[in-house]
Design a binder for this molecule. Sequence first.
Ligand code: ADP
Length: 851
Amino acid sequence: MSHLKSEWAPMINGNWALLSLMARKRDARRPEARRPRSHEIEGLEGNEYPLLPLTDAVVFPNMVTPLFLGRDRSVRAVEAAESLHMPLLVVAQRNPDVQDPDLSDLYTIGTAVEVGRILRMPDGSTTVLVQGIERVRIVELIDTDPYLRVRGIPLFEDERHDMASEALMRAVLALFEKVVSLNSNLPEDAYVAAMNEKEPGSLADLLAHVLDLDLEQRQELLETLDVNVRLQRLSIMLGQELDVLELEDRIQTKVQQELDKSQREYYLREQMRAIQNELGEEDETQRDVRQLREKLAASGMPEAVRAKAEEEIKKLAAMPPMSPETTIIRNYLDVLLGLPWQTATEDNLDIRRAKEILDRNHFGLPKAKERILEHIAVRKLAREKMKSPILCFVGPPGTGKTSLGKSIAEALGRKFVRVSLGGVRDEAEIRGHRRTYVGALPGRIIQTMQNAGSINPLFMLDEIDKLGMDFRGDPAAALLEVLDPEQNHTFSDHYLEVPYDLSKVMFITTANILDPIPPALRDRMEVIEFPGYVDEEKLAIAHQFLIPRQLEAHGLQPDQVQFTTAALRAIIREYTYEAGVRNLERAIANICRKVARRLAEGKTAPRRITPGMLVKLLGPPQYTEWLVNETDEVGVANGLAWTEAGGDVMQVEVSLMDGKGNLTLTGQMGEVMQESAQAALTYARAHAKQLGLENVDFDKIDLHVHVPEGAIPKDGPSAGVTIASALVSALTDRPVRHEVAMTGEITLRGRVLPIGGLKEKLMAAHRNRIKMAMIPRRNQKDLVDVPRDIQRELKIVLVDRMDEILSAVLLPGTPKPPRPKPTRSRRKRVSAPPAEVQPTAQPTAQPAMTG
Ligand code: ADP
């Protein structure tokens, strides 16, 4: 229960003064209204009344009430009362849904009223204003047609003016005052009128009239003739109303407080703005906008971008400072204005200086250095017209790709930035998310350009061979746009929305192996190989670069620690197994750290690092010096593989046993490698006579080909000749020469086809103390890249046909000794490495070996 019924409200609210005035007038006009105390006048037979049943109202004596007349019979009853100048009796229906009520549907006590104005509405309905006179009890029904007519007896109230009634009046008034103060639908006038009411009965009726009570409660109050009891009941109802109102008020206040907090801040800010405006000062937003405009003017953006930025600044200026949209626009503008648009570094095209810088930081790497110097020379002649080449440095980890990139940047006087593409699967990482996404950001290219601060940095894209692809789009396609000189002057980033010019950037990409790079991307780039270093090169790099660098990094003077060449050799051979020098550098750093610590603690530290100290400094050796094969064995041949970490020697083992002509292949061979094994077998069968296998019944034996390091996936066709050699060795029972390694694809007819990664493979053979390597003749052209040292120390034999290999590697058969079990005999890791020295020979990610 909360408010007055709506259709009553305007009438009552607006007419309080009038209402009480009318009530007073009635009292003055009808002094006989003050009746004796008995409820019914004794012996009175009562009066006859036209009766108006009310569906949802109770009329109290003295109160003016508008009544809506819906039924014809009701209209007729009202008209009769008016024309006969007699009071009308209004009584509430017990059930408002009954259309034609008879006496049993009505309460027995109602109110005699004086009919005031009858208002006929344009829509045909009728409303009548009535004013209550007195309570009346219905005693009998006289007639039902044309309207209800009843006999009723006026009731008189038990009205006392004693202390109890006075106290009750005050209590009710006090409660009512509170209700009025909390209920916005009750005007102040209501309380004034109540305060001026001197009669306890009339006060109770007035309050019952204005309060929003149920029909039953109203009827109960109407029927309570003892005025004190009526006041008591009313005070209970007022108390309940007050409880509800107070609860409502508390909730309202809480909600309001929450609202107020944010609104307060808003208002204060607005006020501050207004005050600052009055004082001629600028507020925070204005200052922001001014600063943004200044930056914009200085940014040198192309016109289209400038217009876009200006548009966003305008939006920002018009926005309330606290809105979330503001932050989004602010961030966008920060990105736009934070990007270099015109700022460029001037290229230093002094070739001699460039050469000096490249040589100062790097040993060897003649091809890469040469290419850069050529580029500088051409730039010098062609000036701006020359576009930067897109270089791709390919090689195992730790071969100096990144650090050479840095040196090139230094030589050219360009800023150096890099981004790793390893594991990037989502195009949005390259190109950004549209600004409509929550937390959207520009892609890595634009973010990195922001860091570069100039439009022409040297931009290194690392691990381009590790680029992924999935349902979120193809990042390689986005990269194509970055690397295409025809397109990259208008590179589009989803977040940025405006084109960005990447054409002045010099891109260098890096990769461990070329194969996984999508051909379209590979075509755009000029590949420069970083094949890895032989021991002598590593030694030179350690002496000239790694040791001085690490000494300086650890605050040591050159005379405080010296590494003997023997110690370095031991580190290279026994503690690292890699194509690059990353672990070597780590081991050197490790030793420097230990020495520095001892010196810092005031203890004595070794000045010369000798091989004997290594166990103490680095722990037990990780790789013992083993030749690949200790002995010549039957069914075991050395192949050469190409891995991400460079090259490696890979043994192939073949066993045969009685069976049904099955071929089992194990050691995680890829499809291509399995097919090579099939081809090798077919070759052996097809050439059985030539190979001395005419007595072998292939249908009665089972063959098992295994490639050790069984957990590492391997693939590629280049193991073909090795598998064939091991097979023929097993079938003929002739041992294979252990100091020979081979590589090449085999055809069914026994031709040997060329392979990839020759340089890496030969370096691995050399590292593993192989004496002779047999390679496809068609790979002869690649020998120019193979370091001289290796060509000197490793006998390289070029072959066209499989039988050339077989006749070179198979030793004459021995009269059946017990066949030795093939042993794994390449350099073996003999113990778990200490945490500081992690060999990269078998990278943890288990790369595929490709032959
Ligand atoms: P990558 O990028 O090829 O994995 P890095 O450029 O990170 O290899 O090289 C690893 C470390 O080896 C660096 O500290 C680098 O300076 C050093 N390094 C590699 N090659 C050479 C070299 N030819 N001369 C001098 N230092 C080298």
